[in-house]
Design a binder for this molecule. Structure first.
Ligand code: CUA
Length: 313
């Protein structure tokens, strides 16, 4: 489920298609150049052998200096200029940061996770939902160091630079789940700074984003998890995490209001009860270096907190 390696050569949206349309011609052009150059090299080596190394007074080469000017300067300049103009055209289309977007999402990168904030108040982590076939504008924000937002199947990399918000757009052709990855080395858990873009039909997206925007409905919390809730709200958990609608208002870690609607824990583990228990006990085996410390709660208390978190739909 979490292992699929995405490729820019498997585009699922107009952004990645643009890159693919640049990648293939450049591969073929460089292949032709490589074959021609190696051909000349092999020919020169063969001649060197045949003539021996002591015959310095050779005939003038047939094409002489014009050949060097044409094959060594003119043709390479033509190829490089052509590729340059062609890639500028592509870059232009990619950097047109969603001139007519359906809506905007703030994507905030932190060591080492992603937060997505929607215009209606929805907040989620390591998972960005978008409606299929619509252009969505992204405001890429960093809260600490430089990160880079990259969804190979959908769009080019764009850096999150502290103090300078960047912009990018996303669009997917088909419903699906596209893996994203931080593409700028940002510390110990750079490789595990993973997220997923979930593209879904408009109706499904509308339902999702409305649910995510809603604070926790206190009545929806079953009595059986009251002790876990109490532990969560009074322990250090609430110092770093928000559960909207409760007294937990920490902002250092991910918003947990609708934790159970997410497919992963911290982008790296399937969101199961067992993984949740293990991650709370000590997240460091899964994401070494994360800010979240191992818990000081007892095993029974962890079970109660897990039961509470499992009720957060
Ligand atoms: Cu964030 Cu690499």
């Amino acid at each position: 489920m979490l292992a699929a390696a995405p490729s820019i050569l498997d585009p699922a949206g107009p952004g990645a298609r643009q890159i693919e349309s640049l990648w293939w011609p450049m591969l073929w052009i460089s292949t032709v150049v490589f074959v021609v150059v190696v051909g000349f090299l092999v020919r020169a080596m063969a001649r060197g052998r045949r003539d021996g190394y002591d015959t310095l007074d050779r005939d003038e080469p047939k094409w002489g200096e014009p050949f060097i000017a044409i094959a060594g300067v003119f043709i390479p300049a033509l190829i490089l200029a052509g590729v340059y103009v062609y890639s500028l055209r592509g870059m232009n289309e990619l950097s047109d940061a969603g001139s007519d977007p359906s809506f905007e999402i703030d994507v905030i990168a932190r060591n080492w996770w992603w937060e997505a904030r929607y215009e209606n108040g929805a907040v989620t982590a390591n998972e960005i939902h978008i409606p299929v076939g619509e252009t969505v504008r992204l405001n890429l924000i960093s809260e600490d160091v430089i990160h880079s937002f990259w969804v190979p199947e959908l769009q080019a990399k764009t850096d999150h630079v502290p103090g300078h918000d960047n912009h990018m757009w996303l669009e997917a052709d088909e419903p699906g789940r596209y893996r994203g990855q931080c593409a700028e080395f940002c510390g110990l858990q750079h490789a595990n700074m993973v997220f997923y873009v979930v593209a879904e039909e408009r109706d499904d997206f509308d339902t999702w984003v409305a649910e995510q925007a809603a604070p926790l409905e206190p009545r929806s919390i079953p009595l059986s998890v009251a002790e876990g809730e109490d532990l969560f709200l009074t322990s250090s958990c609430a110092g770093c995490h928000v559960v909207r609608g409760t007294t937990a208002t920490g902002t250092l870690g991910p918003d947990l209001t609708h934790l159970m609607s997410r497919e992963t824990i911290a982008g790296v583990l399937p969101n199961t009860e067992q993984n949740l228990r293990a991650f709370i006990s000590d997240p460091h085996p899964f994401k070494p270096g994360v800010s979240m410390p191992p818990t000081e709660l007892s095993q029974d208390e962890i079970d109660e907190v897990v039961a509470y978190l499992r009720s957060l739909n």
